[in-house]
Design a protein around this ligand. Structure first.
Ligand code: SF4
Ligand code: SF4
Length: 268
């Protein structure tokens, strides 16, 4: 689920789909304004990190060290960065300012979906594109049953969610593949490091692509390399292809045959 906020509070156990309707308004005038930005557990997707690090003009490793704490994808051993709350500000999100969210235009997808939770990792059948959502009703949130009714599809659009889903799809696919192996298959530490670097620490992954044996092992076109050098989103998609190829043999990247046996890629 996206936004597993405040697990003590009830999540209405109603399964919704894109055509289901919700009635919700969030407004600065409501007495609950910014209450949802305290004491929450918000995980960050790869595209969330790109948007936030670019907005804050920070390298990905500095961003991760400053603003995140380690978490795990639900029912999995795969790492996921969680937003690190500020204890001496009543466990507020570090991006919360006097007037509300300081990174509003680049806020994480979990914050965009709220009060909807999107079930991304429940679907073990990769060919099944069925969508799964639920409505979160927390006692402190006064926005329910206010404003106009709208479908989840419209809510997603209004909240700017489609580019997030588009650029996180490869990440979801890798997580689902890993889950399909079952809990008894142990993932080596090096594999977890590769996953973390390619999905979240993109500046380290860029150094890895250009400064390790990577380009002696995988054939990447000069056009793609040029894009990857300057564009974090293009780099992220190269990372998905690399992980799918090395972890699951999906053949998304072409191997340069003559060095296959000679060289091995080293992860920092
Ligand atoms: S209405 Fe809900 S989402 Fe909006 S500020 Fe209040 S608690 Fe947060
Ligand atoms: S990123 Fe913004 S909207 Fe999301 S919890 Fe932090 S302050 Fe609130």
């Amino acid at each position: 689920m996206y936004a597993p906020k405040d697990v003590e509070k009830p999540i209405v156990p109603v399964r919704l789909d894109l055509d289901s309707t919700i009635c919700f308004t969030c407004d600065k005038e409501l007495a609950c304004f910014t209450k949802c930005c305290h004491n929450n557990s918000t995980f960050l997707t790869p595209y969330d990190i790109i948007r936030l690090k670019q907005r804050l003009d920070m390298p990905s490793d500095e961003f991760l060290l400053t603003f995140t704490t380690p978490g795990k994808v639900e029912a999995s051993d795969l790492p996921v960065p969680m937003i690190k709350l500020v204890e001496d500000r009543n466990n507020a999100c570090p991006f919360l300012g006097e007037e509300g969210c300081n990174v509003y235009e680049d806020r994480p997808v979990a914050c965009r979906y709220y009060p909807v939770a999107a079930g991304l990792f429940h679907n073990f059948d990769l060919s099944d594109n069925e969508n799964f959502f639920a409505l979160i009703k927390e006692a402190h949130c006064l926005g329910h049953d206010l404003g106009q009714e709208m479908t989840i599809a419209k809510w997603r659009k209004q909240q700017g969610i489609p580019p997030y889903d588009e650029n996180n799809r490869g990440w979801v696919e890798i997580i689902l593949r890993r889950k399909s192996l079952g809990p008894f298959v142990e993932i080596p530490e090096k594999t977890l490091q590769m996953f973390f670097m390619a999905c979240y620490n993109l500046d380290a992954f860029r150094r890895f692509v250009f400064k390790s044996n990577f380009l002696k092992i995988y054939r990447v076109s000069s056009e793609r390399l040029e894009e990857v050098e300057n564009d974090d989103v293009a780099l992220l998609h190269l990372g998905y292809d690399w992980l799918m190829t090395t972890l699951f043999g999906a053949g998304r990247l072409e191997l340069i045959e003559q060095v296959v046996e000679a060289d091995e890629v080293e992860v920092d």
